[in-house]
Design a protein around this ligand. Structure first.
Ligand code: TXA
Ligand code: MG
Length: 308
């Protein structure tokens, strides 16, 4: 089932039901080596899915949970054996979060069980931030989509791993480095292709996407190009493009995050021949957007030609 969350729409299944989990991988065309996040209705339920490795871990995770749950923070913890290996792709760690979207919370409460859910897009494609996007991505393969309106954050949750006093950010998201700094020492993740959300060619449009390096004022784009602008461009700049989508006219990064996937999708579905994207400041949630933009660009240039 397609389900709304405050970050992006998810494809939900009972976390303890291996058949439901297998179906999620099948519907997304996702390799079994890419594990799923487990969602809980309440932080109290952590013991159903994870175990503490140390008192220090418990103390730090409890503080993070108190501050950011329910909300867009995912924490890697030692997995409880009850969680099917399929969910974690055989890893001893499970990624856990307590979502804040009221409809999702209602489902979790009604089901009385943890729910595994990846983003509800075909593997490697643009993440969905509205029910219509889910319909476009997976409509042929799923029976139902819960309509919870547009997503409040627009990019996937921040993923962290903690050890001792250190917080390692594995995927940037709505809970920013600045937010997390109060709770421990931030260490940058050693991204090597196997860390979460780090597959180079994710979030990819079907059209070629390039991030602008030169000043937009000096650029004469190939005819028929689309422009994914951060702020409102000057009229003479906008006039050089086939289509323009503006993430945030006033340059607000939170607004840009909310609009990001939807605008990228609109340009991908437009008649433009390629997409040029304006870089965003890499501060706050801007880090998460630039991370997605780079992967989208890489993915668009290295298309595998299949939808998986
Ligand atoms: O905001 C979100 O996190 C959304 C909503 C639906 O909750 N979910 C989401 O799931 O973005 P997905 O599957 O699209 O991305 C989850 C990332 C993947 O890159 C996966 O590799 C990583 O988290 N991940 C999940 N479980 C993991 C684990 N046990 N160990 C390491 N990485 C894990
Ligand atoms: Mg995803």
């Amino acid at each position: 089932m397609g389900i709304p969350t405050e970050t992006v729409y998810g494809l939900a299944g009972h976390a303890f039901d291996p058949l439901a989990i297998a179906r999620i991988f099948e519907v997304k065309g996702r390799p079994l080596t890419d594990p799923l996040i487990v969602h809980l209705g309440d932080p109290e339920e952590l013991s159903r899915v994870a175990r503490w490795e140390s008192d220090a871990e418990k103390a730090l995770v409890s503080k993070l949970a108190e501050s950011f749950w329910p909300g867009p923070l995912t924490i890697l913890l030692k997995k409880n054996p009850d969680i099917p290996d399929l969910v974690t792709s055989g890893s001893e760690s499970v990624a856990v979060r307590v979502p804040s979207h009221p409809l999702f919370r209602q489902v979790l409460k009604g089901l009385g069980a943890p729910v595994a859910a990846p983003s509800a897009n075909r593997f490697g494609k643009i993440s969905p931030t509205s029910p219509r996007d889910v319909l476009f991505e997976l409509g042929k393969s799923i029976e139902a989509i819960l309509d919870g309106g547009p997503c409040a954050h627009g990019v996937e949750s921040t993923i962290v791993r903690v050890s001792g006093e250190r917080i390692e950010i594995l995927r940037h998201g709505p809970i920013t480095e600045e937010d997390l700094r109060k709770f421990g020492q931030i260490v940058s993740s050693n991204r090597n292709g196997n860390t979460p959300g780090s597959l180079a060619g994710h979030y990819a449009p079907g059209k070629r996407l390039s991030i602008l390096e030169a000043d937009i004022k000096d650029l004469i784009p190939e005819p028929g190009s689309a422009f994914l602008a951060f702020r409102q461009p000057a009229p003479d700049v906008a006039a050089r493009f086939h289509t323009v989508e503006v993430l945030s006219p006033e340059g607000d990064l939170r607004e840009a995050a909310i609009q990001f996937y939807g605008h990228l999708r609109a340009l991908d579905q437009s008649a433009a021949v390629q997409i040029l994207a304006e870089p965003l400041p890499e501060e706050g949630i801007g880090k998460a957007i630039m991370d997605r933009l780079r992967r989208a660009s890489y993915g668009s240039l290295h298309q595998t030609g299949h939808s998986g």
